[in-house]
Structures are given as structure tokens and as C-alpha cells.
Design a protein around this ligand. Structure first.
Ligand SMILES: [Mn+2]
Length: 358
């Protein structure tokens, strides 16, 4: 009896050792398979083939099941292999995303953008305020004085306005750019101006400090490539109907051309909600910060489209670890030529800004 027990124990021990060995082999083969799949993925991407090929997957599965002699049933084998296929596809995707130049895996340290003695990114909080549109020297100068009084360095203002209707005010164009240059020179400020196309980029380039690519142009890939070939920082706004991955790939367009000075700007996305102009995607902030090394700022004006909740949205964004806040202010929003309802007047701005810095 005792002898039998000892024999059985020995037998189990021996079988377990064989299992251990087979596990090692499966592990090795799984990773060998994954490695080959990664190479296939790379070739597919280069040649423009789709990553997921259901017909090929079915062919593989059929040929495997044909060879199946059990004891596992075909159903179980099919299930196990489908899990392997799924994991492989996810791996191919991860590998691609992690190899992007904007990826945190590609570069672990935060990208710091240095401009006129200021640093955007890292542990810095950057505040960028100004009118929706530049309307006159007087208007922009009033805003500039307010900012200088607060020790703020950045001023935004639209010269080329992407408006929903072609009959709305389209901005002062190059005249607006020159007004901005005059004011930033006079008050030693740093300007942010949006350009909508290559022609405007060329025309305005020497006059502006930071180039903005607006939400409607996030997937204007030729414009992205063009700003990627410049030497100036770029604020890239998220397309209002773009996923985080599409947003990251748009930034990659710029960085892939050699310009790493990209600031990502979350500005709300279009959802079914109508209480706000857009829905501010707070979760995009920690995700972008985690997955990329680029600074992330938040435009609270366009996200909400209403002033009454702007302070709390900005606070929430800062709590989510963003690198800066952008908002629209105007000396007299009632008569503003664009976005009049969402721009803060100076009194509103006072309490807004105070709430953020205290
Ligand atoms: Mn605006």
C-alpha cells in the first residue's frame, strides 16, 4: 500500500516535470509566433494592408482544426487560437503606438517647450488668454494690459477665423496678425495665432510666436506636415469629432517632420449633449499625459461655450494634471464679433483667474 503510494507520487512528479517542460515550449513558441506577427504587422502597415484579415484568420483556423486529433475538441482549440489571434492583433497595435515619436515609450521625459524665457510643459502651468478675434489695436491692447498686470506672458487672438458660416466675420486676416505683432512687441508678450492653410502660415510666420492648428484642421495632414517643417511651437487642437488616437496621430504628423514642439490642446468633443457647446473630455488629459511626452493644455471656452461653469472646468482640468489653460477674454464681450456669449469680460476673468491660482 505504502509502496503503491510512493510510486504514484513519483509518477505525478515525473508527469508534472513533463508539463513544466511543455509549458516552457508553448511559451517559447507563443513568443516566437508573436515576434513573426510583429514583423508581418510592420510589412502590412508599410504596404497599406489592413491589420485584421478575417479571411486569412479563418483559413488558419480551418487548417489547424483539420489536424486536431484531440483530446481537446475543435471548439476548445478554436477558442484558444482565437484568443491568440486577438492578443496578437492587440500586440501589433501596441507596438505601432509605442513606436510613435510622440509616445511616452519612445521618450520618457516630458517635452519642454522653451519660448522667450517661458517653459511650457513639465511641472509648469501655462495660461493663455485673449479674445476670440483680434478686432482692433485698442481692443487687443486693453487685453494685453490686463495680462501684463497679472504677470501673464501669453496672449491669444484670432486673425484668420474658421467660422461655421461663410457669412460670419472671418477675422482681420494679415492686418490682425500685424496688430498682434505690434502689441506683443510693445508688451513683451508671446502670441498664439491660428492659421488655416499654408498660405497664411507663410504670410504670418515671422510675426507670430506660437502657431495654432484649430480643431477643424486637426486632420489637414498637409498643413500638419508644413508646421512640422517649421521651428515654432505648435498648439494642436483636438478635432471635435476625433478620437484620442486620431489626435495622437495628428501630432505625430507634425513631430515626424522634425518639429517636436507640439502642445496638445483638448477643447471638447461633439456628443449628444446640448447643455454645453462641446463635451470637455477630461479623461483625455491623463491619457495623453500618460501615453505621450507632449504638454497638454485645455481650452475651456470652446469646450463649454458658456461662462458659468468655466472656472470649475478649468479647475477640473488642472486637477487632471494638464499643463495649462486657454480661455477667451474680451473687453466688451457683448459687442465681440465672434463667440460673444462665451468670452469673459474683465471682471469675470478676474474671479476666474483668481480661483485658478489661489
Ligand atoms: Mn472663439
Amino acid at each position: 500500500m505504502i509502496k503503491e503510494k510512493v510510486d504514484s507520487m513519483d509518477r505525478i512528479k515525473e508527469l508534472r516535470q513533463r508539463i513544466d517542460k511543455v509549458n516552457q515550449q508553448i511559451l517559447k513558441l507563443l513568443n516566437e509566433r508573436a515576434q513573426i506577427a510583429l514583423e508581418i504587422g510592420l510589412e502590412k502597415r508599410k504596404s497599406g494592408h489592413a491589420m485584421y484579415d478575417p479571411i486569412r484568420e479563418k483559413e488558419i483556423l480551418d487548417s489547424i482544426l483539420k489536424e486536431n486529433q484531440g483530446p481537446f475538441s475543435n471548439e476548445v482549440i478554436a477558442y484558444l487560437f482565437k484568443e491568440i489571434f486577438k492578443a496578437t492583433l492587440a500586440l501589433q497595435k501596441d507596438e505601432f503606438i509605442n513606436n510613435l515619436k510622440i509616445s511616452r515609450k519612445y521618450q520618457n521625459e516630458d517635452t519642454l517647450i522653451k519660448i522667450k524665457g517661458e517653459i511650457i510643459g513639465g511641472s509648469n502651468t501655462t495660461y493663455i488668454f485673449g479674445p476670440c478675434s483680434i478686432e482692433s489695436v485698442e481692443q487687443l491692447e486693453e487685453v494685453a494690459k490686463l495680462l501684463v498686470n497679472k504677470g501673464l506672458k501669453f496672449i491669444r487672438g484670432g486673425a484668420y477665423k474658421p467660422r461655421t458660416s461663410p457669412y460670419d466675420f472671418q477675422g482681420l486676416g494679415f492686418t490682425g496678425v500685424k496688430i498682434m505683432k505690434e502689441i506683443t512687441d510693445k508688451y513683451n508678450l508671446i502670441s498664439v495665432i491660428e492659421v488655416l492653410n499654408e498660405k497664411q502660415l507663410e504670410e504670418a510666420y515671422d510675426y507670430i510666436d506660437i502657431i495654432q492648428i484649430g480643431s477643424r484642421n486637426m486632420d489637414n495632414f498637409s498643413l500638419l506636415r508644413s508646421v512640422g517643417q517649421t521651428n515654432k511651437p505648435v498648439i494642436l487642437k483636438r478635432g471635435y469629432s476625433s478620437t484620442i488616437e486620431e489626435f495622437k496621430l495628428a501630432a505625430e504628423y507634425i513631430v515626424s517632420e522634425g518639429n517636436q514642439q507640439v502642445i496638445l490642446c483638448e477643447r471638447g468633443i461633439r456628443t449628444f449633449e446640448t447643455a454645453t457647446r462641446n463635451t470637455l473630455d477630461i479623461s483625455a488629459i491623463p491619457i495623453l499625459k500618460k501615453e505621450t511626452h507632449l504638454p497638454v493644455i485645455v481650452d475651456v471656452s470652446h469646450a463649454a461655450g458658456r461662462k458659468d461653469i468655466m472656472t470649475l472646468l478649468a479647475k477640473a482640468s488642472l486637477a487632471a494634471n494638464c499643463n495649462g489653460i486657454m480661455a477667451e477674454i474680451h473687453p466688451n464681450p457683448f459687442v465681440a464679433l465672434s463667440d460673444s456669449h462665451q468670452q469673459m469680460n474683465f471682471a469675470e476673468f478676474e474671479s476666474f483667474y483668481q480661483a485658478l491660482i489661489e
